[in-house]
Design a protein around this ligand. Structure first.
Ligand SMILES: [Zn+2]
Length: 347
């Protein structure tokens, strides 16, 4: 509790946490709606597949940003998926999905419209907010809406997750609140999103503090949430609303887990540890060593990060390894010397 108290007293850390909690709420409110939309989308695409369905599942597999179909069904699915992709010429993470499941599993199709790292995710309930927002921005099934509002929030989310010291300023939080409000208004038809918007605003206006209570004469720390009554100024309609009962400690853990996961994916994709990544790893490790309560819970995630770090050492840190061409040159040179020597001996 003493460590938690220190963190709660840091305004910029609390800003980071509040924004993260709002994104978790948004994720919770969007997943049902997006799941339903993707089911409809899958039905529509399935209807347009004319190739005869094979009796057994095909062997087509995708890897990273590559997919070459080897059966007519996957070839047609690929064409249809691309036809509905808003960024056909950009990076498409085919490796997120298993093409042989496209005819039967709607979420395998949805995952093609998402950023990397979705291979193990089987449905919208396990998706983080970045995956859901990117899907909305990338799949033209959502094109009836003003998608610039989705893009603005993706930008905010990335800024939040790239802040390795887990701090954002109050002016940034204000900017984020506006972008969040813009998105909620754009998708106000989504069931539960308006009431979710009210909850998010309460989170942003809430004050958390650590109080001291006495139990059997012994002073103990207790986390207290002081929710300020909100005047919503008609920005969202008044509906019954309840703050999602998720403790600040749980939010902290979920967010830092996402931060580490994002960093792991970045290192894996780049194939080496950049200076920027090394700096981020250092900041996270430093934070978790100072906050042992979190470090203890997140030791598994930290271990994964450490392993990746060890396996992605920059090439020159391992010592100089002669390139193949240079080795061949040395062989030719030594042969030439031997021949010259032999030639000299015989004459
Ligand atoms: Zn196939």
């Amino acid at each position: 509790m003493a460590l938690l108290a220190t963190r709660m007293n840091c305004g910029e850390y609390m800003n980071w946490l509040k924004a993260g909690q709002c994104l978790l709420l948004l994720q919770d409110r969007l997943k049902g709606y997006i799941g339903g939309k993707m089911l409809d989308f899958h039905w529509e695409l399935s209807d347009r597949i004319t190739a005869p369905r094979p009796k057994k599942r095909c062997q087509c597999r995708a890897a990273r940003k590559q997919f070459q179909p080897s059966c007519p069904v996957c070839a047609q699915w690929k064409e249809l998926i691309l036809a509905h992709h808003n960024y056909k010429n950009g990076d498409i993470h085919w490796g997120n999905s298993n093409p042989s499941l496209w005819p039967t599993h709607y979420w395998e199709v949805a995952k093609v419209y998402m950023p990397r790292g979705q291979a193990q995710v089987r449905g919208p309930e396990k998706c983080d907010v970045a995956a859901l927002l990117n899907l909305m921005n990338t799949c033209d099934y959502f094109s009836g809406s003003n998608l610039s509002r989705v893009r603005e929030l993706i930008k905010c989310r990335n800024e939040l997750m790239h802040s390795a010291d887990m701090k954002v300023s109050s002016s940034w939080l204000k900017h984020f609140e506006q972008k969040l409000y813009d998105l909620v208004s754009e998708f106000k038809h989504v069931p539960g999103l308006l009431s979710g918007g009210e909850e998010m605003q309460k989170v942003l206006l809430s004050e958390l503090s650590i109080g001291v209570i006495e139990v059997d004469g012994i002073p103990k720390f207790e986390l207290q949430s002081l929710i300020t009554p909100v005047d919503l100024q008609g920005r969202v309609t008044s509906q019954s609303c309840t703050i999602t009962r998720i403790s600040p400690e749980e939010v902290e853990i979920l967010l830092i887990q996402q931060l580490i996961q994002e960093l792991c994916l970045e290192i894996e994709e780049q194939g080496s540890l950049t200076e920027e990544n090394e700096d981020k790893v250092g900041k996270i490790k430093n934070f978790l060593s100072q906050n042992e309560d979190l470090g203890f819970v997140l030791q598994g995630d930290l271990k994964r990060l450490d392993n990746l770090r060890k396996n992605h050492v920059p090439p020159n840190a391992e010592g100089w390894i002669p390139p193949q061409g240079f080795a061949a040159f040395l062989v030719v040179l030594s042969l030439a010397f031997s021949l010259a020597y032999l030639f000299g001996q015989t004459h």
